[in-house]
Design a protein around this ligand. Structure first.
Ligand code: FES
Ligand code: FES
Length: 153
């Protein structure tokens, strides 16, 4: 029987093993390739998506466990926090190679939706699971503060 998952506001039926990682379904079956594969073991954050607004590692969530939840990927981000993050990221030129960045943005947006004015400590705690091999961490932190200000204004 087909599984039904809701991704970016659309219900999608997938005839897949319920144990398959959500990341596989998103990338290979729904062709939403903005979400990246990095480690496959919940250690890098490249595959971060939102499940009911919470940042989760999609490589480590079974699609059977995602049934009934609202999944948002980088392609479906459209909240005020998302717009503030995307514009701050661009203006502060955060991205280097880009590979980790959709995961970074998903974690940053989840943080700002929960904590609109985060401290450095809040940012470090929320972003600690997102690894960047290009070490863009200082710009990421600055861009999150900048996005928080844009959300206020
Ligand atoms: S690919 Fe999921 S955390 Fe690295
Ligand atoms: S920008 Fe290259 S891995 Fe983060």
């Amino acid at each position: 029987m087909a599984l039904k998952i809701t991704v970016n506001g659309e219900e999608r039926a997938l005839d897949l093993d319920p144990e398959m990682p959500l990341l596989w379904a998103i990338r290979d079956h729904l062709q939403l390739t903005g979400t990246k594969f990095g480690c496959g073991i919940a250690a890098c954050g490249a595959c971060t998506v939102h499940m009911d607004g919470v940042a989760v590692r999609s490589c480590s969530v079974a699609i059977g466990d995602a049934e009934g939840a609202a999944i948002t990927t980088i392609e479906g981000l459209e909240s005020p926090a998302a717009k503030a993050v995307q514009s701050a990221w661009q203006d502060l030129d955060v991205v280097q190679c880009g590979y980790c960045q959709s995961g970074q943005i998903m974690s940053a947006v989840a943080l700002l939706e929960e904590t609109p004015k985060p401290s450095d400590e809040d940012i470090d705690a929320a972003m600690s699971g997102n690894v960047c091999r290009c070490a863009t961490y200082v710009r990421i932190r600055a861009a999150i503060h900048e996005a928080a200000e844009r959300m206020e204004g």
